[in-house]
Ligand binder design. Structure first.
Ligand code: GDP
Length: 601
């Protein structure tokens, strides 16, 4: 463990307002004694504080950043993540010397029914080696195939949400996206969504035009539509590789794999293999025989049997590992998907599995993360309803947002996605401030000053900030899936855009006679000369081109019968009007629609 003196301690002397606190830099994992030293507090005081919050620790126990930052905050400091950490794989990545080539991890994306699953199934069936007997036979969410002697890892869970939530962890899992577009349907809304996501994540794309065996296939049209989305294939002067395939006949599939291989070569993907391993959980399974397990794609280091690990607030020890073909293995290298047996509880998809030096550290980290999670504000849904109401009364159409995210990668992906949200009335999302780390008092203040609300992505809200937000009625929305964040903000933007009243004159007529007249209600004989008048239209009266009033239609009568509409002829209208009407007045029948603002692409 690093000496406490190696931690940086910054005290900001200048311009300390009541909301600027001294900053302490805390590593991903820290011993209780070292934290006490950093905060310049007796260690007993820190232990007592943790005990009070339900965490039983001794001097030499490790706690994680989230917990330590809460302690720091309550002791009057502002915690920043960084510094040295020796207990987990986080520490070893930088230090790990040698980088070795690794397989690309590929995700298939595209519009629903365009053939993503069929393509994945075809590749798995034709390219994955037969299962070895005796292993686990349950389907795994990822598999590897070989191309020119090199491996390619496929994520077997098509869909944008999976892509979003997994990359949301900051370390993206996908290296290459295969964008599937059906040759008979072309670019559709989810194709565009997939394009936006890959652009935001800056991941190379290979286009697979599927279903080319279908009669309506039109590859040229697909290329043209892709060009309109700025996906320029070679014929359109761009560099994006495109291949036509059929998951039915298998045509083009080898060529597709070849292109993926080529794209991977260009990306020169590498990972360290020394040091404690790390991996991303892509699915979790509960099995009566083996207990809790999960599929993990190794990111760095070599994952081995008996490694202790923590994944979010869950810990465990690798009791057994299986490869995608169900074969028992002892070690897993970067980019390899493995089924890991030995989790104490079900882990969350998208969490990073991090190997620790020993089991005790893993257990302590998991426990302290649980406490930290309990202290965070729970999801933003409760605030969301109130915000929607607030937006409804707002005219102007723009949303001001203070954005906080866990890592630079997510921040970029989110700002990229939000920049694309615009309404047909010119409404847009205006990020007035953005940053990395927990939501602090200064974020809440910025939001208050800028008529904004705070959006947090995979970050907590420091207790001081939560208190302040509550007092001043500032909304904080928290998310851990990018898709949900953009979805909610789209809804708010549409609400903020308000409603537009659109009037259309559907019919005209001339007043023949006033049959009955009370202060509020009248029965009027009208000759409809043009169009068709309906009961839910507005009855608007003009005399010599001057508007004299309008009102709702209560009833339309033809001779003695009530009718639903009136087209060319004489009709009686019972109307709600409180002005005088005369023979010869002109009547317009106006259809009124209230149209909500819409998102534009
Ligand atoms: P997903 O929603 O994108 O995963 O689409 P699926 O893989 O489920 O495919 C939707 C439908 O298209 C299914 O009925 C498939 O059998 C069919 N399909 C997929 N690929 C092809 C193809 O290459 N040729 C033909 N003829 N049909 C296909």
């Amino acid at each position: 463990m690093a000496a406490a003196s190696s931690f940086i301690y910054i005290y900001m002397e200048e311009n300390i307002s009541q909301f600027e606190r001294p900053e302490v830099v805390i590593p991903a994992v820290i011993k209780v004694t070292e934290l006490a030293h950093l905060l310049d507090k007796p260690v007993t005081e820190v232990i007592h504080y943790l005990l009070k919050n339900g965490l039983l620790v001794t001097l030499n126990d490790n706690i994680d950043f989230d917990t330590a930052s809460i302690v720091a905050d309550d002791f009057g400091f502002q915690a920043k993540s960084g510094g040295e950490d020796t207990a987990t794989a986080d520490a070893t990545e930088e230090a790990a010397g040698e980088l070795v080539p690794r397989a690309p991890v590929v995700t298939i994306m595209g519009h629903v029914d365009h053939g993503k699953t069929s393509l994945l199934d075809y590749i798995r069936k034709t390219k994955v080696a037969e299962k070895e007997s005796g292993g686990i036979t349950q389907h795994m969410g990822s598999y590897q195939v070989e191309c020119r002697g090199k491996k390619i890892t496929f994520l077997d869970t098509p869909g944008h949400e999976a892509f979003g939530s997994i990359r949301a962890q900051g370390t993206k899992v996908t290296d290459i996206v295969i964008l599937v577009v059906a040759a008979d349907e072309g670019v559709k809304p989810q194709t565009i969504e997939a394009i936006d996501l890959t652009k935001a994540a800056n991941v190379p794309v290979v286009v697979a035009v599927t279903k080319i065996d279908r009669p309506g296939a039109n590859i040229e049209k697909v290329k043209q539509e892709l060009a309109q989305q700025n996906i320029l294939t070679e014929e359109w002067g761009g560099k994006i590789p495109l291949v036509s395939v059929s998951a039915k006949t298998g045509e083009g599939v080898d060529q597709l794999l070849e292109l993926v291989c080529l794209t991977a070569d260009l990306a020169e993907l590498k990972a360290p293999v020394t040091g404690l391993a790390k991996g991303i959980i892509i699915e979790a399974q509960q099995d009566i025989k083996v207990g809790q397990s999960a599929t993990v794609i190794v990111k760095s280091g070599i994952l081995k049997i008996a490694d202790a690990f923590v994944a979010g607030s869950v810990y465990g020890k690798v009791r057994a590992m299986y490869d995608h073909a169900g074969k028992r293995i002892e070690r897993a290298i970067p980019s390899m998907p493995v089924r890991v047996i030995g989790f104490m509880d079900p882990p969350q998809v998208g969490e990073m599995l991090v190997v620790t030096t020993d089991e005790k550290t893993a257990r302590q980290l998991a426990a302290s993360r649980k406490v930290a999670a309990g202290r965070k504000l729970t999801g933003g849904k409760a605030d969301f309803g109130a915000l929607v109401e607030q937006m409804k009364s707002r005219q102007g159409g723009n949303l001001n947002v203070v954005l906080k995210a866990d890592v630079q990668g997510s921040l970029q992906a989110i700002t990229g996605a939000l920049a694309n949200l615009k309404t047909n009335r010119g409404g847009a999302i205006n990020i007035i401030n953005e940053g990395i780390g927990n939501i602090s008092e200064s974020d809440v203040l910025t939001a208050q000053g800028g008529d904004a609300f705070v959006v947090g992505f995979k970050v907590g809200t420091l207790p001081g900030a939560a208190k302040m937000a509550k007092k001043e009625n500032t909304n904080i929305l928290s998310y851990d899936i990018i898709y949900n964040l953009t979805d909610d903000l789209s809804k708010l933007l549409v609400e903020a855009g308000g409603w537009e009243r659109i009037e259309t004159i559907e019919a005209t007529g001339k007043v023949l006679k006033v049959f009955m007249s009370t202060a509020k209600s009248k029965i009027i004989g009208v000759k409809v000369t043009k169009g068709e008048a309906k009961k839910d239209y507005l009855f608007r009266v003009y005399r010599e081109e001057e508007k004299i009033g309008e009102g709702a239609i209560k009833k339309i009568q033809s001779v003695a019968e009530e009718v639903a509409s009136a087209a060319s002829g004489d009709f009686g209208f019972m109307v709600d009007i409180n002005f005088k009407i005369k023979e010869g007045d002109r009547v317009d029948f106006v259809r009124v629609e209230n149209v909500q603002s819409q998102l534009i692409k």
